[in-house]
Design a binder for this molecule. Sequence first.
Ligand SMILES: [Zn+2]
Length: 163
Amino acid sequence: MSSQSSVVGVAHEVVCNSKKRRVTCSFCQCDHRVTACDRKQRFGMHATEYVLTSDDLLTATSLRNRLKEMPAIEGCGKGSPPFESIAKEYLPRNFIIHEARSIGTNSRLWCISFIGIYGEVIKTHLTERIRITYDAMNCLVTHQNKVKKYVYDETIISPTAHH
Ligand SMILES: [Zn+2]
């Protein structure tokens, strides 16, 4: 494998003449390791975390299965029309799945928010609690990059999930 693979959105500052190599969190850009990231932990507190990377396609498969199986509320609900595709700049972003909706027998919508490079929900009408179709979700889950992408499934807790 070549080491020329593209690097997306990752700070790669190199501090020369320093004994200590600078550590930059890939989740929030602060000076700690991603495994010690408070912001990341906060997102994971009430959600199931999926880590997508081109090195581990099994996780994408289990997330796809989860998307079909996760508890969904009937009807499309209120809101602006769902996005059928995702702007390129948001494709590599981490994101939260807040809610799934089922429409008819075979169709689903999801309510999601994108997390920016500093580990915060991006608060715009194009990025916070937007509704997306299956095709758009499929693009987000198809992550063909080594750089890890974190997905938070908040649908695990549902009042109607009891059998
Ligand atoms: Zn961090």
